[in-house]
Design a protein around this ligand. Structure first.
Ligand SMILES: [Zn+2]
Length: 80
């Protein structure tokens, strides 16, 4: 059984197996931290949902619309 070679997603270098590589699946700790930084910066750019802002009228209204749509379907006159 051949073990597939892993390549560092940051620099593309061959990654040492997990047993001998603390930074797995990266080739070394530096690439690991680079990837971590990428994730953090992406999280900061993505706007988070305001939980306790108190000014989410638009969101609340759209949620109520959905509930009405699915919970109480508008009765329609049957076709004759
Ligand atoms: Zn690397």
């Amino acid at each position: 059984m051949t073990r597939a070679m892993a390549f560092c997603p940051i620099c593309g270098e061959v990654v040492a197996p997990r047993e001998s590589n603390k930074a797995f699946p990266f080739c070394n700790a530096r690439c690991k931290s680079i990837d971590l930084g990428k994730w953090l910066s992406e999280q900061y750019t993505v706007p988070t949902v305001p939980d306790e802002a108190g000014e989410t009228d638009g969101d609340a209204a759209s949620e109520y619309d959905k509930v009405e749509e699915h919970g109480q379907p508008t009765p329609r006159e049957p076709l004759h």
